[in-house]
Design a protein around this ligand. Structure first.
Ligand SMILES: [Zn+2]
Length: 309
């Protein structure tokens, strides 16, 4: 019989990789025999060993033979040669008797083949243990591999009456220190932070992650179809090295670029300033939607998008 406690533990372990494994999914693994945990592991960093390999290594280090044990894995083990060898082979070679899977992998190169490979080798497989929590864990990854779209987190501060501002627009800081800290933690682990130009004009934000541990530096994207961004906006001024802000992308329309040549050249003069040899900001035209689809992709993909636009 499967024990949901072990799958919950695998999911908890998986979350330790948040902000470090993307665009891979977060995955956790617990090896159990007769109710005793023999090894635990999680996918720690993009390109690094998968959770199953980490758990097998942890068990080997601690000494117990894992032959005949159960493996609780939050996501279907991979069966393809990616950056690492297939986890199905490692589990089979280790003599694992049963694999309990949280959710099947939606990635086309796996999509049930990992489960089939295990069963073909005589390993018992159960799928769907703590299915909802395991699915939540991989939601951004699933969105990317099934729809080719980014996972978007919408954020706003709202009081109980459901409004977000007074009629005069003068109200500020209905959020508090705790909620603002959450916002900075979010900014510290995503690939991009996007606002409309109205927010830049009204609030003049930096859109940086401050006073939290930064797992990655988010691109700052301003959706500005009419090119109204003030040239002295803080986020443009913070392009200079030392402010900790990521590159800025201004998504605008070709019409606006044609109509505001002076603004464009002044923005380009600022945008083309380089820090550390990399272009720090970029003016992109209506092709932006193609580029925005890359939001959940690796930073290198973003760099490529910046270079190509
Ligand atoms: Zn794997």
């Amino acid at each position: 019989m499967s024990d949901p406690r072990h799958m919950k533990r695998a999911i908890t372990l998986a979350r330790r990789g948040e902000g470090k494994v993307e665009p891979n999914p977060m995955v956790g693994c617990v090896l159990v025999r007769d109710g005793k945990v023999l090894g635990e592991g999680w996918h720690r960093v993009f390109g690094g060993p998968h959770a199953e390999i980490e758990a097998l290594r942890a068990a080997a280090k601690a000494g117990p033979d894992v032959r005949g044990c159960d493996a609780y894995v939050s996501l279907e083990p991979c069966c393809h040669h990616g950056k690492t060898p297939p986890c199905t082979e490692a589990l089979i070679d280790a003599g694992v008797a049963r694999v309990l899977v949280g959710v099947a992998d939606p990635f086309a190169q796996v999509a049930g083949r990992g489960i089939a490979a295990l069963r073909d080798a005589g390993v018992q497989v159960e799928v769907g243990i703590e299915h909802e929590a395991a699915s939540d864990l991989i939601a951004p990854f699933a969105r990317r591999v099934t729809a080719g779209r980014p996972w978007v987190i919408a954020k706003w501060a709202q009081p109980l009456d459901g409004r977000i501002a007074t009629a005069t627009g003068q109200s500020r800081w209905i959020s508090n220190d705790a909620s603002r800290r959450q916002v900075h933690q979010l900014r510290a682990r995503v690939d991009a932070v996007m606002v409309g130009v109205g927010t830049v004009i009204a609030d003049d934000p930096q859109l940086t992650a401050r006073d939290v541990r930064r797992l990655r530096v988010a691109r700052r994207v301003v959706v500005d179809p009419s090119l109204r961004i003030p040239l002295d906006a803080t986020l443009l001024r913070s392009l200079d090295a030392g402010h900790g802000g990521g590159p800025v992308m201004i998504a605008t329309a070709q019409d606006a670029i044609d109509a505001h040549a002076a603004t464009v050249s002044r923005l380009q003069a600022r945008c083309c300033r380089c820090a550390g040899g990399r272009r720090r900001a970029c003016l992109i035209s209506s092709r932006c939607w193609r580029i925005c689809r890359a939001v959940t992709m690796r930073r290198t993909c973003w760099s490529r998008a910046v270079r190509n636009c």
